[in-house]
Design a protein around this ligand. Structure first.
Ligand SMILES: Nc1nc2c(ncn2[C@@H]2O[C@H](COP(=O)(O)OP(=O)(O)OP(=O)(O)O)[C@@H](O)[C@H]2O)c(=O)[nH]1
Length: 602
């Protein structure tokens, strides 16, 4: 058999928490790349943040060697994928480098919204899909029903699917054999001109940009001059190799391989994820199809909490953008906050993760403004504007009409929660489309919802109303005319543009009142009374007041010991770090976030 017949390139897809990372660990462990002791930490989820949140964000590839029952040694290239709806573009990225996907389904939960979403992406990439039932060690497993679900809902035969426990390692050998048996081997042409897909990249201060690639045709070795087909830039290859417990340099990579290439590439934008690499003196005529361009759906402003960090934020955003094509940013200024950036994200989770990475990995103190979706505004001059910053909205007298983005949402839920979910969607201006019973106890509900309602903690509300049992997935459906208004928030009589938001007219009063209440709680008391108001144009629609402070904090420690006094001052200073002073009022970072929260009871 040919060399490539012993290669299997695959990824693992699953609904969040169904056990994808745990299964990856078992595969890594049972192929002997690492010893159990070295496995103390999950290998594929390497970012701290991921560990804490328990979700896989950035994909990585790892090479495993498997001694199969047929007596041959196989090379497995396992490419990790994120499981959350916000990251489906990264799922397609890793899938494009594979021939197959293991579909992990939790045998206690069954098929969920993102199981389906991931399957559709895999089918788009023509992957062979191997269902695997996980968590069979749990007494609540219901394998037979879940097999039926996989066959009925997804349409994949699943009667012979391996039934495993990724946690205990039970039946993992069946998965390894199924990979050999059912996932097709790559069949590229080693003698054809080089065709390699960049599916991920990162920046290393010694090696420059490291491109993670899947070689489809041809070969590449140290010293070759490669060319990026999209940017037309050429580089001399310094190192090629594979990922297996760190980078392992090799002489060359050939058709069918998954590995990395370094070539002293200094500029991240010269090695774009999705681009095709070929050889300069023997180029291929057509690039690989690459990925569909992803567009951010949610925007917010990111500003330094302390003015001097502006350039640090720009550098950090540039670094994060290296392997996150979906992150978008440009400079902007806010009357209240000064110089900062308008950033675009795929969704709220993506936004939170970038924020946290900026704060933790780059040690920055940030203020983020109220997130917004992109609105279409038709002016009275018949010009169509795209507005993603409420501050840029033209005067109402110049607006003919406005449109907002609508998503088609699929919610899968135990039937007990159908009522609560419909109430939630109705409350968020949802339009009911369909409901189907998947089996006696589970239903799939379809709603059209304004994206603007989804970005205000819809996930959290859904989770709390269904005790975490419902799952949710959405796709942008299109734009729809809507009666929208801009609401401003005034603090101490001054409009704080960072708080401005666009809301549906019917929701304005309620939102305005809630935001004022929240800000009253979030902003500390000052020496003077601070009025907080919500306004549409010049009309005040809600008002609260933060009463003046009477006592000095230190008066409490009058006569007390000096170290306690110091501690108190230090604590205050710590708190101050994340404050912005606007119109004489100190506004803590939490206040900016509190605008986000929606109150279901109201
Ligand atoms: N009892 C039991 N628990 C399991 C099994 N496999 C995974 N788990 C647990 O299920 C939870 C989720 O597992 P992960 O592997 O992190 O899930 P994941 O699909 O990778 O999740 P994301 O990376 O967040 O998408 C963890 O608490 C695991 O310990 C299993 O076979 N049996």
């Amino acid at each position: 058999m040919a060399r490539q017949d012993y290669i299997r390139n695959f990824s693992i897809i699953a609904h969040i928490d169904h056990g994808k990372s745990t299964l990856a660990d078992r595969l890594i462990e049972s192929t002997g790349m690492l010893t159990k002791r070295e496995m103390e930490q999950q290998v594929l989820d390497s970012m701290d943040l991921e560990k804490e949140r328990g979700i896989t964000i950035k994909l990585k590839a790892v090479r495993l060697i498997y001694q199969a029952q047929d007596g041959h040694e196989y090379t497995f290239n396992l490419i990790d994928t994120p499981g959350h709806v916000d990251f489906s573009y990264e799922v397609s990225r890793s899938m494009a480098a594979c021939e197959g996907a293991l579909l992990v389904v939790d045998a206690t939960q069954g098929v969920e919204a993102q199981t389906l979403a991931n399957v559709y992406l895999a089918l788009d990439e023509d992957l062979e899909i191997l269902p695997i039932l996980n968590k069979i060690d749990l007494p609540s497993q219901r394998c037979d029903e879940v097999v039926q679900e996989i066959e009925d809902i997804i349409g994949l035969p699943a009667a012979d699917a391996p039934r495993v426990s990724a946690k205990t390692g039970l039946n993992i050998d069946q998965v390894l054999e199924a990979i050999v048996r059912d996932i097709p081997a790559p069949n590229g042409d080693e003698d054809a001109p080089l065709k390699a897909l960049i599916f991920d990249s990162n920046y290393d201060s010694y090696k420059g940009v490291i491109c993670y690639v899947r070689i489809f045709d041809g070969q590449v070795k140290v010293g070759d001059t490669i060319q990026m087909m999209n940017t037309k830039k050429s580089f001399e290859v310094v190192e090629v190799g594979v990922n297996a417990n760190g980078h392992i340099p090799l002489d060359q990579l050939r058709a069918g391989d998954v590995g990395y290439i370094t070539a002293s590439i200094k500029e991240v934008r010269d090695a774009q994820v999705g681009d095709t690499i070929t050889l300069k003196n023997r180029p291929t005529d057509k690039p690989l199809k690459g990925y569909k361009k992803v567009s951010p759906m949610v925007y917010c402003g990111i500003y330094p909490a302390e003015g001097e960090e502006y350039t640090e934020i720009r550098d950090a955003l540039e670094k994060l953008k290296v392997n996150d094509a979906a992150l978008d940013f440009e400079a902007e200024t806010s009357a209240a906050l000064g110089f900062g950036f308008r950033c675009g994200f795929l969704g709220l989770l993506h936004m939170e993760i970038i924020q946290e990475r900026l704060e933790r990995e780059f040690d920055l103190n940030l203020i983020t403004t109220t997130p917004s979706v992109i609105y279409h505004v038709m002016t009275t001059d018949h010009e169509l504007l795209e507005i993603q910053n409420p501050s840029n909205l033209p005067d109402p007298s110049e607006i003919e009409y406005m449109e907002e983005p609508i998503v088609r949402a699929e919610i899968m839920t135990p039937t007990d929660y159908v009522g609560a979910i419909m109430e939630l969607c109705q409350n968020r201006r949802g339009v009911f489309i369909d409901m189907q019973y998947l089996e006696e106890t589970r239903a799939q509900i379809t709603y059209d919802l304004p994206l603007n309602e989804v970005i205000y903690d819809f996930f959290d509300a859904l989770k709390s109303k269904t005790r975490g049992y419902a799952s949710f997935d959405y796709d942008l459906k299109g734009y729809q005319q809507s009666d929208l208004v801009k609401m401003d928030i005034l603090i101490n009589q001054q409009v704080v543009d960072a708080f401005s938001l666009i809301v549906h007219r019917d929701k304005a009063y309620e939102r305005g009142r809630k935001i004022c209440e929240r800000l009253t709680d979030a902003i500390p008391r000052h020496q003077f009374a601070v009025p907080i108001q919500a306004a549409i144009g010049s009309k005040i629609i809600a008002r609260e007041t933060i009463r003046a402070l009477r006592k000095d904090v230190l008066s409490k420690c009058y006569g007390g010991d000096i170290s306690r006094k110091k501690k108190l001052l230090e604590k205050q200073k710590e708190g101050k770090k994340r404050m912005r002073s606007i119109g004489n009022v100190d506004i803590p970072q939490e206040a900016f976030l509190s605008v986000l929260k929606y109150d279901e009871e109201s």
